[in-house]
Design a protein around this ligand. Structure first.
Ligand code: MG
Length: 255
């Protein structure tokens, strides 16, 4: 099931994707269930698909979680998940512009699977992690690579406004071997499989929930495969995960 958050007639609603229409839900399904209003909105009449979730408190992310990416960054994948945070103010949705900050000369894309937490999670065992997952979406862990290196810690490099595109929808099912691909202006840059993660989704939730209480609506980014590279103003970057969707964002310079 695919769940969209969208603007329609001046208000924000949630809907279930049903072929070429959205079945409108009475409320946020994470908190209010799947009661429908009876209304169907053709996808062509939707004002805009919005980021499918605004993280309640945080975006937890894992660095260097694919061996081939760790190698291209000049190291090995860490033995334990390497956690960092992105602020929820970095989140944008499908079609929103990634704004290049003037402080950086090297902003890069990182296509990633995002896990949307559905239930308060603390000290969750990996075997139980699926009970805490609401669904999955596509993320782009935009990174100011030069600042990541010069700062020595990642809050600024990963945390600028617009540096966490999420979307287009939340998919409640996931093929654990789905392909993940990133294209810039249509050219294939990353071509991996989520099954190549060093630490899989249940392990990450176990590890992260031993540190932070994860709240419903929090989002966990699971790392990027090899092939990261720069984006510049005027580019269009697309991250696609098989069965989940395609997240497309233009890139703009700051005004
Ligand atoms: Mg990343």
């Amino acid at each position: 099931m695919k769940i969209a958050r969208f603007s329609h007639d001046g208000s924000i609603s949630f809907g279930i994707v049903d072929e070429d229409a959205l079945v409108v839900l009475a409320g946020d399904p994470m908190f209010a269930g799947f009661e429908t209003t009876g209304e169907r909105v053709p996808l062509g009449k939707v004002g805009a698909l919005l980021a499918p979730v605004i993280p309640r408190s945080k975006v937890v992310a894992v660095g260097k979680n694919y061996r081939d990416h760790a190698a291209e960054m000049g190291g090995e994948a860490p033995g334990e998940p390497l956690l960092f945070l992105k602020p929820n103010t970095a989140v944008i949705g499908l079609g929103d512009a990634i704004i290049l900050p003037p402080q950086s000369k090297q902003v890069e894309f990182e296509g990633e699977l995002a896990v949307v937490i559905g239930t308060i999670a603390k000290n969750v065992a990996a075997a139980d992690a699926h009970e805490y997952i609401f669904g999955y979406t596509v993320a782009n862990d935009i990174t100011a690579r030069d600042l990541q290196k010069s700062d020595g810690q990642w809050a600024r490099a990963k945390g600028f406004d617009t540096f966490c595109p999420l979307g287009p929808v939340i998919e409640t099912e996931l093929n654990p071997d789905a392909a993940i691909r990133t294209r810039v202006n249509g050219e294939l840059k990353q071509d991996g499989r989520i099954s190549d993660m060093v630490h899989d989704v249940p392990s990450i939730i176990e590890y992260a929930s031993s540190v932070f209480t994860l709240l419903p609506g929090d989002v966990v980014l699971t790392g990027t495969p090899a092939g990261v590279g720069p984006i510049v103003a005027g580019d269009t970057v697309e991250v696609e995960i098989e069965g989940v969707g395609s997240l497309v964002n233009p890139v703009r310079a700051a005004k």
